[in-house]
Write a protein that binds this ligand. Structure first.
Ligand SMILES: C[S@@+](CC[C@H](N)C(=O)[O-])C[C@H]1O[C@@H](n2cnc3c(N)ncnc32)[C@H](O)[C@@H]1O
Length: 300
């Protein structure tokens, strides 16, 4: 027995409306992605009819989305990020478009720097709080072949497992190696004893009050340890600034920027800028995202 896709879709997209702010097009789009995912994994269903097994799978996906607020990216299992399909698995943070934006921007600076300064030996890059590994892997994909040695750290064992899985699955698309290791960056002033040419980080930066106001899609599924930070969400940024300044671990081989950190908004700009200046980092600039929000702080 087979189920007519058109009839089923009408029913399921109506159910999806409640988690799509009653936006019919969004509900239809979410359903389309789920259906595409089901069809990609089975040869017995057709474009017009689903097998009973696939029908059940699709209904379960919609139920997970509507009743359990499971993010679509966890249902589909991947999220596009800088031209890579990053595997997503709860509770590791799903890569965000805001992050993708500044990583693309950073890539233009770094590529230009490598070329104009004719840097021959690979640049050393450190990604702090790597999560799924998306930033480190995006740099590994887009920087010129063998031009970078990339290290990435995280405190969460499940995040590191996922990052390593991503590195294995995406290996054929990477032009540079990434090494992942475990580190609690807040527990040490010695983030590194070797110099790096570039340090990047998307650390936790949500305040407790902001966390309380987040939707169940986030709160029920993503690790709070990936989101919340003390000190008005700035504990990691301030710690990183101090650790870099104290140890002087940024080398002068690359042109600006040599440090980029994602931030939670304009309220964090001034304290973080002060901390960067106090610790010897110059030319601090704020990068906005496409929504016009202060999204990243870049410094030299
Ligand atoms: C906002 S997520 C960013 C993940 C990824 N870089 C991205 O952009 O999607 C922050 C990450 O910081 C990690 N983290 C939290 N506390 C940490 C600590 N003390 N030391 C190192 N990593 C930490 C979390 O496990 C989480 O993966």
């Amino acid at each position: 027995m087979r189920v007519n896709i058109k009839q089923l879709s009408r029913k399921l997209s109506r159910q999806l409306l409640q988690i799509c702010d009653n936006d019919t097009r969004l509900a239809q789009r979410e359903l389309y992605w789920m259906l595409e995912h089901v069809l990609a994994n089975n040869t017995d269903s057709t474009q017009s009819h689903l097998t009973l097994g696939d029908t059940k799978k699709l209904i379960n996906m919609v139920t997970d989305r509507v009743e359990h607020h499971k993010p679509l990216q966890y249902i589909l299992g991947t999220q596009p990020f800088c031209d890579l399909d990053i595997i997503t698995r709860p509770p590791t943070l799903i890569p965000r478009w805001e992050t993708e934006e500044w990583v693309y921007r950073l890539l233009t600076y770094i590529k230009d720097s490598i070329q104009t300064r004719q840097i021959e030996k690979p640049v050393r890059v450190l990604d702090l709080c790597t999560g799924s590994g998306c930033i480190a892997l995006a740099l590994a994909r887009h920087l010129p072949t063998h031009s970078a040695h990339i290290q990435a750290v995280d405190v969460s064992a499940s995040a590191l497992n996922l990052a390593r899985l991503n590195a294995r699955e995406l290996a054929a698309q990477l032009s540079n190696n990434v090494i992942f290791s475990s580190m609690d960056i807040l527990s040490t002033d010695q983030i590194s004893d070797e110099p790096f040419d570039l340090i990047v980080s998307n650390p936790p930066y949500v305040t407790h009050a902001e966390y309380d106001a987040l939707t169940p899609d986030v709160k029920n599924w993503e690790d709070p340890g990936a989101l919340v930070a003390e000190n008005d969400g700035m504990a990691f940024h301030l710690h990183i600034a101090k650790a870099i300044g104290t140890r002087g671990i940024l080398s002068p081989r690359l042109a600006w920027p040599r440090l980029v950190m994602e931030i939670g908004g304009s309220h964090q700009v001034s304290p973080i800028t002060c901390a960067l200046h106090e610790n010897g980092l110059k030319d601090v600039q704020v990068w906005k995202d496409l929504a016009g929000k202060d999204r990243a702080i870049a410094a030299g």
